[in-house]
Design a protein around this ligand. Structure first.
Ligand SMILES: [Zn+2]
Length: 450
């Protein structure tokens, strides 16, 4: 039995309210919230002047393990997550091997149980070739199925490109289907046009014109139409355009929605103004788009057309990024700084603390049917992060925890700092120091349909 921890006097941000109280963590769970008397065997943490959030649940990361561990692995990237206040993550299937079977999924859980400091769950991959196998499985046992990243392996793996494949999957799959939504034929036509003009050296600033807003909108509109026909449970990953936000509704509670979506932090943070400064370092798929798109995404987040915030954390070695356009890999690491970025928007008066917690903690738990996490409630897992809203620091190489050793945010000064992170009741991150002896847990889901 681990020692009970008492967090005294912090401002708890939870379920639409902020209030000062004490929180007692015992045997992995939140035992009590209120005015709690100190007992001799408690480890006491003074939270005076600090804010206590539920641990962030990041619904989309690429931790690259197994097979691509020169970019990142389940130990290094989960450690970066913890330092960023992220206590649980859901990882994508585009590792090596691709996670396309129940067996490879089990192997990935085994690796995570040895290496991950945060709690973990994994999508089952669905691509152009394994739909028949996937629909034979009881997919309700999985957190979800996804094609994200699999299109890098082989053309034809992007579901959004193939109405027939979507028809088949959406009609026969009873789990969340999370897709990468872009129309490749539009992208390819644009690529050819730019290749004619610039050859291999297309400037990064044309990335959002090549992977265009139109390509996103057309794909998302079609996927939603097919999902509605089959009453399927569709989640559109990393939305990037203002136009697409109007395809989603906010007139019913999240728990009742069949069609949901998310925004990744970098699409709120960067715009096409940043390509000249950062070049290929901010090459993502779907692309960072215009200032108008960025503002439209924030608006849709605030009015609940967008349900959750993710990072799509996707590390690459720096030499894999710093290449001519077609060879430069898409994706960048973000998981250590997602909460800092959102708190910067809070500092600018653009979003409330309660809304940040709703979109980064509560809603991912609701959307993915995660059991007993994402809220500060008695009896729930003690996944928490204690934040100082008045602590200034600058992102630099020597404070990055990513295996790849770089960030598109280097040089950015944040006005808030994550001080402590608790995972399953254990103090895993404490002002720059880690307790690596205790590993995270597999996230469990409630299988009753909602
Ligand atoms: Zn992704």
């Amino acid at each position: 039995m681990s020692q009970s921890i008492l967090i005294k006097n912090s401002t708890i941000v939870n379920e639409g309210k902020s209030f000062v109280a004490d929180v007692l963590l015992s045997d992995g769970l939140i035992e009590q919230i209120g005015n709690i008397v100190v007992e001799s065997d408690y480890k006491v943490i003074d939270g005076t002047g600090k804010h206590l959030f539920p641990g962030i649940i990041d619904g989309q990361v690429h931790f690259r393990d197994p097979g691509l561990t020169h970019k990142g692995d389940l130990y290094t990237e989960s450690k970066a997550a913890i330092a960023g206040g992220v206590t649980s993550f859901i990882d994508m299937p585009n590792t090596v091997p691709n996670i396309l079977t129940a067996e490879s999924l089990r192997e990935k859980y085994e690796i995570a149980s040895q290496k991950s400091l945060a709690n973990y769950s994994f999508f089952l991959g669905v691509n152009g070739d394994n739909i028949d196998d996937v629909i034979k499985m009881d997919t309700s046992q999985f957190i979800g199925v996804s094609d994200d990243g699999l299109y890098f392996t082989k053309k034809g793996n992007l579901l959004a490109d193939s109405p027939e494949k979507m028809e088949k999957l959406f009609a026969n799959c009873n789990s969340i289907i999370a897709i990468h939504s872009e129309k490749e034929e539009i992208v390819e036509a644009n690529e050819q046009a730019f290749k004619k003009k610039y050859g291999e050296n297309i400037p990064a600033k044309f990335h959002p014109i090549i992977r265009s807003a139109e390509g996103c909108y057309e794909a998302t509109k079609r996927a939603i139409g097919i999902a509605k026909n089959h009453n399927a449970r569709l989640h559109i990953l990393h939305l990037t355009t203002e136009a697409e936000t109007h395809l989603f509704q906010n007139d019913i509670p999240l728990i009742e929605k069949k069609i949901t979506t998310e925004v990744s932090v970098h699409h709120l943070w960067f715009s096409d103004k940043d390509y000249d400064r950062l070049g290929m370092l901010i090459k993502w798929n779907p692309a960072i788009k215009s200032e108008k798109d960025k503002q439209g995404l924030l608006k849709a987040l605030l009015d609940d057309r967008i349900d959750i915030i993710t990072t799509d954390h996707a590390p690459h070695a720096l030499e894999e990024k710093e290449k001519p356009y077609f060879q430069s890999m898409s994706g960048a690491p973000m998981v250590q700084h997602s909460l800092n970025c959102m708190l910067e928007f809070y500092k600018q008066g653009l979003i409330s603390l309660e809304k940040i917690v709703e979109k980064m903690c509560h809603n991912p738990a609701i959307l993915y049917r995660i059991k007993n996490r994402g809220f500060i409630r008695e009896g729930y897992f003690a996944d928490l992060t204690l934040v100082d809203l008045n602590s200034q620091w600058t992102v630099a190489k020597d404070n990055l925890l990513y295996k790849c050793g770089w960030s598109p945010l280097e040089g950015t000064t944040f006005l808030t700092a994550i001080k402590q992170t608790f995972v399953n009741g254990n103090l895993v991150y404490d002002n720059g120091r880690f307790n690596e002896t205790i590993k995270g847990m597999e996230i469990t889901i409630s299988t009753q349909s909602n």
